[in-house]
Ligand binder design. Structure first.
Ligand SMILES: Nc1nc2c(c(=O)[nH]1)N[C@H]1C(S)=C(S)[C@@H](COP(=O)(O)OP(=O)(O)OC[C@H]3O[C@@H](n4cnc5c(=O)[nH]c(N)nc54)[C@H](O)[C@@H]3O)O[C@H]1N2
Ligand SMILES: Nc1nc2c(c(=O)[nH]1)N[C@H]1C(S)=C(S)[C@@H](COP(=O)(O)OP(=O)(O)OC[C@H]3O[C@@H](n4cnc5c(=O)[nH]c(N)nc54)[C@H](O)[C@@H]3O)O[C@H]1N2
Ligand code: SF4
Ligand SMILES: [Mo]
Length: 886
C-alpha cells in the first residue's frame, strides 16, 4: 500500500520495525518483514499500537498555571524562569529530567542546552532507573558503554542464560526468536535465573529461583568454578585482559564451595552444579541480563560479576557468545549515545575527562561546559525537595509514578518553584503538578531516530498530522535555548539537522579512541536520512558492526578488558519482623510503564485488568489474606491496596506487585510509593526489586464493580481501579461503609441527572446486595453491582453487552443476574489479547476437543497464533486441565 510508513515501535528496546497504514479513522499495524530486529513479528503491545493513537486524553495546547496558553507565552515562561533562577542561584539550581523515550535528536538538544549552554550537568534521565548499572558495568569492564552482541547471536548460541529478565513479557519478540531458535536447534539450552517462576521459564531447561539479590554470589561461584575446571582462556586472559587474579581471588574467597554458594542463594546444590557444568562446557554462551540485575544497590557489581565469566573464558566478540544487556526503552541506547546521564558527556565522552570537555565545547563552540557531574535522579529529586534545585523540566517520563519513594518525589515537585512538563497526555500523576505544560508530538507524529539493544539505529517516521498545537520535543528545547539567548546553537530546521550534528560529534577527535562513531552518517542528505535503513553502530565504510571486541581491543587506557574483584552484598534493607517479605516489582505482559498509552487499549487491558500482589499461598496464610481479596502492601515508605493473587510461582518470603498502576488508574496502587529509595553507590540506580514490606488484609464493608460507557470520577470510594474495555470502562470498587440509600448513591456515582434513562435495579437490604443497570433505550449505558463479599457475577458477559446497540429480551432478562441466558457462552477473562479469546472458551475447548498442545488450541481458536505472548499461559491451562482430569 502506498500510504504505508516504515517506522519503529515506540515501546521496548527490541526496536521492532512496524508498518503503519493510516485509514480514515484508524491505523493498521503490521510487523516489518525487512526489519532485522523482528523480521515481521510483533508482540501484543506493538500489534495494538493502532488502539493507542487516537486523541482521547491528549495534551493538545500549552498550559501555564492550569490555563490554556499559547506557545510564545509558555516558552517565554520557561526560558525566563530558567534564566532568572540561573542568574540568582547559579546553573546548578535548574535541572532537566528526561527519558529513554525521547528520540535521539530530542535528547541531543536537551543535553546540549544543559551541559554546553546553561552550564550544568543537572540533566538526568529515567535510564538512571533502568540501564545505569549496565552502563557503569560496561565502562568498568570495557572502558566504554558498548553492548558486544547482536540479536542474531541468540540464534547462534548453544546456551542462553537469562538473568533477571522476564523476556517472554518484556522483550517478547526476542523471546519468540529464542523459541524459534530452540525449535530449529533442539540442543540449545536455556537457563532462567529469577526468584519468580515467570512466563519465560516456560522455555527454560533449568530455572534457578535464587534468593532475591543473591546473583553476585552465584556468578562469583561460577567464575571460581570455570577456573577450577580449566576453562580459563589463558591466551585471551593473558593478551587482552587485566585483573583476573584479583577477580578470581575475590570469587574464591567470597563464594566458597558449591554447597555454600547453593545455600547462600537458596538453591538446590545439584541445580547450581548443572548450571555451572553447562556454562563451563559451552563455548557459545550468551548471558542476557536485565532489571533483576540492574535495579539493585549492588547492580554494577552484579553486571561485572557476569561479564567477568565471559572475560575469563574469552567468550566475547565472536558469534553466539557474550554478555548481553537487554535495554528497556525504545531509545535507552540513543540516550547513552548523546550523554543523557548526569555523569556523561555527548558521544560517549566523560564529563570528568578534561580533554573530552575541551573536545565537546570546541565542537559546539559553546560559552561554557559543565565541569562536574550533575545530580543523579534520586539525588536530583532530593535536591528539589531541599529547595536547592528550583526549576525542573520533565520530558517524556512520569517520575511521580516511576521513582522510588514516589510520595517524596511528589512532595518535592509540589514545593518546586517551576515545574515544566512536556508530555503527550493531559492527565498523568506528573502533569498534575506542572506549572507549565508543553504538548509534545507522539509516536506516529514525530520524526527521528532510536537505537535498540543491539546498537541498531532505526528511524521513527511520522505518518499522522500533528494534532492540536503539539510540537516535537527537540523544537521546544531549541526554542527555549533561543529564548535564553543561544540563537545560533539552536537554529535547527529539522530533526535531520540535529542528527547530522550528533553524527559529526561522534567522529570529532575520535580516531578510533571511542566506540561510538557514526561520523559517516553526518554526510546524509535530507533524502538519505528520510530513507535511512536500520544500521548498527559503529558505522565503518558504510556498514554497521554486528559485534564489538572481536579483535580483543577494548577502550580502557591500556586497551585491556578488566575483570573486577566482586564482593557480593545483600540488598540494603533485609526483611525483618516488622516487614517480613521482600517486595519485587516489575512488568506485566500487556502494559507499558505508567499506562498512559497502553492503558487506553481494551485489548491490552484484559490480561491484567487490576493492580495486584502475587504471593505464595504459605505467606498469604501467614498474612491472613486470600485469593481475590484486597490487601495492603506497605513498607516504611508508603502503601498500596491491591488484589491478592495466590501463586506458587512466587517463592516464599517474596511478593510481586506490578509497577504500572498509578492515580489515574487506581485509588492506591502506585507501588513506587512503597519502594525504598536506596541506590547503587556507583551507578546511582535504585533498588526497585527488593524492599521489605508487610502484607495485611484490607477488609472493606462491601465490594463491587461498575461498567460504564463514560469515564467517571471515582469519589468517596475506599478502593477503585479502572481498565479500558471495548466500548466501556471497567471499575472494580469497594467501600468502607454500607450505603444507607444505594439507589441515590448509584445515581451520584454515575452522574445521573438524566430523567430519560431507565434504571433496572435490585436491592436486597438484608444481604446488603445491590445491582443496577442504567439503560438508554435498549442499550446498556452503565451498570453497578455490589455485595458484602466477593459473590459477584462474572464481568465478561455483562461487558460483552456494551458491544450491542439493542439487547434481546433474553439478554435483558439476564441483566440483574449478570449471567448469560441459557445457550449463550460467557467467554471469561481474555487470555489471547490478539484475538480476544477468553479463558472459558479455551478451557471448554481443551476439555471438549481433547486438545493437548498450544498449537492445537491455536488451530481451533486462533489463540496464541499471532504474537505468541499468551502461549505460556495456554500451556499452563493445558497443564491445569490434565491435573483436573487426573
Ligand atoms: N510488557 C512490558 N515490556 C516492557 C516494559 C513494560 O513496561 N512492559 N518496559 C521496558 C523497559 S523500560 C524495561 S527496563 C524492560 C525490563 O525488562 P525485565 O528486566 O525483563 O523486566 P522486569 O519485570 O522489570 O524484571 C525482570 C525480572 O527480574 C526478576 N528479579 C527480581 N529480583 C531479582 C533478583 O534478585 N535476581 C534476579 N536474577 N532476578 C530478579 C523479576 O522477578 C522479574 O521477573 O522491559 C521493557 N519491556
Ligand atoms: N518499582 C519500580 N519502578 C520502576 C521500575 C521497576 O521495575 N520497578 N522500572 C524503572 C524503569 S526500568 C523505567 S524505564 C521507568 C519508566 O518510567 P516512566 O518513564 O516514568 O514511565 P512512562 O509511562 O514510560 O512515562 C513516559 C511519559 O512520557 C509520555 N510520552 C510518551 N511519548 C512522548 C513523547 O513523544 N514526548 C513526550 N514529551 N512525552 C511522551 C507518556 O505519556 C508518559 O507520561 O520506570 C522505572 N521505575
Ligand atoms: S517486542 Fe513488542 S514492544 Fe518490543 S519493540 Fe517489538 S513490538 Fe514493540
Ligand atoms: Mo526501563
Amino acid at each position: 500500500m502506498n500510504n504505508t510508513t516504515q517506522t519503529t515501535c515506540p515501546y521496548c528496546g527490541v526496536g521492532c520495525g512496524v508498518l503503519a497504514t493510516p485509514n480514515d479513522a484508524s491505523v493498521a499495524i503490521a510487523g516489518d518483514t525487512r526489519h532485522p530486529a523482528n523480521f515481521g513479528r510483533l508482540c501484543s503491545k506493538g500489534a495494538s499500537l493502532g488502539q493507542t493513537v487516537d486523541l482521547d486524553q491528549r495534551l493538545l495546547y500549552p498550559e501555564v498555571h492550569g490555563r490554556r496558553s499559547d506557545w510564545d507565552t509558555a516558552l517565554n515562561t520557561v526560558a525566563d524562569g530558567f534564566k532568572r533562577i540561573v542568574a540568582e542561584h547559579g546553573p546548578d539550581a535548574v535541572a532537566m529530567y528526561v527519558s529513554g523515550q525521547l528520540l535521539t535528536e530530542d535528547y541531543y538538544c536537551a543535553n546540549k542546552l544543559m551541559k554546553g549552554y546553561i552550564g550544568s550537568a543537572n540533566i538526568d534521565t529515567n535510564s538512571r532507573l533502568c540501564m545505569s548499572s549496565s552502563v557503569a558495568g560496561h565502562k568498568r569492564a570495557f572502558g566504554a558503554d558498548s553492548v558486544p552482541c547482536s540479536y542474531e547471536d541468540l540464534e547462534r548460541a548453544k546456551l542462553i542464560v537469562l538473568v533477571g529478565s522476564n523476556t517472554a513479557w518484556c522483550h517478547p519478540v526476542l523471546y519468540q526468536r529464542m523459541v524459534q531458535a530452540k525449535q530449529d536447534n533442539p540442543d540449545l539450552q536455556i537457563i532462567v535465573i529469577d526468584p519468580r517462576k515467570t512466563a519465560t521459564c516456560d522455555l527454560a531447561d533449568l530455572h534457578l529461583p535464587l534468593r532475591p539479590g543473591s546473583d553476585a554470589i552465584l556468578f562469583n561461584g561460577l567464575l571460581a568454578h570455570l577456573n577450577r575446571v580449566g576453562e580459563t582462556n589463558e591466551l585471551f586472559v593473558g593478551n587482552f585482559t587485566s585483573g583476573h587474579e584479583v577477580a578470581l581471588a575475590a570469587a574464591r574467597d567470597g563464594a566458597g564451595s558449591l554447597e555454600t554458594v547453593a545455600q547462600a542463594c537458596g538453591l538446590p546444590p545439584q541445580d547450581v552444579a548443572e548450571f555451572y557444568r553447562l556454562f563451563a562446557r559451552t563455548e557459545r554462551v550468551i548471558s542476557v541480563y536485565s532489571q533483576g540485575i540492574n535495579q539493585s544497590s549492588s547492580g554494577t557489581d552484579k553486571v561485572n560479576a557476569i561479564i567477568n565469566c565471559h572475560l575469563l573464558t574469552g567468550r566475547i566478540g565472536r558469534p553466539g557468545m557474550g554478555p548481553f544487556s537487554f535495554t528497556g526503552q525504545p531509545n535507552a541506547m540513543g540516550g547513552r549515545e548523546v550523554g543523557g546521564l548526569a555523569n556523561m558527556l555527548a558521544a560517549h565522552m566523560d564529563i570528568d575527562n578534561a580533554e573530552h570537555r575541551r573536545l565537546v565545547q570546541g565542537f559546539w563552540q559553546s560559552p561554557r561546559i559543565a565541569d562536574h557531574q550533575g545530580l543523579k535522579a534520586v539525588d536530583l529529586f532530593n535536591a528539589i525537595d531541599a529547595g536547592k534545585v528550583k526549576a525542573v523540566w520533565i520530558m517524556a517520563t512520569n517520575p511521580v509514578v516511576s521513582m522510588p519513594d514516589a510520595d517524596r518525589v511528589k512532595a518535592a515537585l509540589q514545593k518546586c518553584e517551576l515545574v515544566v512538563v512536556s508530555d503527550i497526555m493531559c492527565e498523568t500523576d506528573t502533569t498534575a503538578l506542572a506549572h507549565v505544560l508543553l504538548p509534545a508530538l507522539g509516536w506516529g507524529e514525530k520524526d527521528g531516530t532510536v537505537t535498540n539493544s543491539e546498537r541498531r539505529i532505526s528511524r521513527q517516521r511520522a505518518f499522522l498530522p500533528p494534532p492540536g498545537e503539539a510540537k516535537a520535543d527537540w523544537w521546544m528545547i531549541a526554542e527555549v535555548g533561543k529564548r535564553m539567548g543561544f540563537d545560533r546553537a539552536f537554529d535547527y530546521g529539522s530533526a535531520t539537522d540535529i542528527f547530522r550534528e550528533h553524527a559529526a560529534l561522534s567522529g570529532h577527535g575520535n580516531d578510533g579512541r571511542r566506540d561510538f562513531d557514526i561520523a559517516e552518517l553526518s554526510k546524509l542528505s535530507d533524502a538519505d536520512y528520510e530513507s535511512l535503513a536500520p544500521i548498527q553502530w559503529p558505522v565503518v565504510n558504510g556498514a554497521g558492526k554486528a559485534r564489538m571486541f572481536g579483535d580483543g581491543r577494548f577502550f580502557t587506557p591500556d586497551g585491556r578488558a578488566r575483570l573486577l574483584a566482586i564482593e557480593p552484598r545483600p540488598p540494603e534493607h533485609s526483611p525483618s519482623d516488622d516487614f517480613p517479605l521482600s517486595l519485587n516489582t516489575g512488568r506485566v505482559r500487556d502494559q507499558w510503564h505508567t499506562m498512559t498509552r497502553t492503558g487506553k487499549a481494551p485489548r491490552l487491558s484484559e490480561h491484567s485488568p487490576e493492580p495486584y500482589v502475587e504471593i505464595h499461598p504459605y505467606d498469604a496464610k501467614e498474612a491472613a489474606v486470600s485469593e481475590g481479596a484486597l490487601a495492603r502492601v506497605f513498607s516504611r515508605w508508603g502503601e498500596v491496596i491491591v488484589r491478592v493473587k495466590l501463586s506458587e510461582d512466587q517463592q516464599r518470603g517474596s511478593v510481586f506487585v506490578p509497577m504500572h498502576w498509578n492515580d489515574q488508574f487506581a485509588s492506591h496502587a502506585r507501588v513506587d510509593a512503597v519502594v525504598n529509595p536506596v541506590v547503587d553507590p556507583i551507578s546511582g540506580q535504585p533498588e526497585s526489586k527488593q524492599t521489605p514490606v508487610r502484607v495485611a488484609a484490607y477488609r472493606p464493608a462491601w465490594h463491587g464493580f461498575l461498567l460504564s460507557r463514560r469515564r467517571l470520577k471515582m469519589t468517596g470510594l475506599a478502593y477503585w481501579s479502572r481498565a479500558s474495555g471495548n466500548g466501556f470502562y471497567r471499575y472494580e470498587i469497594a467501600g468502607e461503609q454500607t450505603e444507607g440509600d444505594w439507589p441515590a448513591w448509584a445515581r451520584e456515582l454515575l452522574c445521573d441527572s438524566d430523567s430519560k434513562v431507565n434504571w433496572v435495579e435490585y436491592l436486597d437490604a438484608r444481604a446488603h446486595q445491590y445491582r443496577a443497570v442504567r439503560m438508554v433505550g435498549r442499550q446498556v449505558e452503565s451498570c453497578v453491582f455490589t455485595a458484602p463479599g466477593h459473590e459477584l457475577p462474572s464481568r465478561s458477559w455483562l461487558a460483552g453487552l456494551f458491544a450491542k446497540d439493542v439487547l434481546t429480551d433474553a439478554e435483558h432478562s439476564g441483566l440483574l443476574l449478570g449471567k448469560p441466558p441459557v445457550g449463550q457462552e460467557d467467554v471469561g477473562r481474555v487470555v489471547c489479547a490478539c484475538f480476544s479469546v477468553g479463558i472459558n472458551s479455551i478451557s471448554t475447548a481443551i476439555k471438549a476437543q481433547n486438545l493437548c498442545s498450544a498449537e492445537e488450541i491455536g488451530a481451533v481458536l486462533k489463540a496464541g497464533t499471532n504474537c505468541g505472548s499468551c502461549v505460556p499461559e495456554l500451556k499452563r491451562l493445558l497443564a491445569a486441565g490434565t491435573e483436573d482430569a487426573s
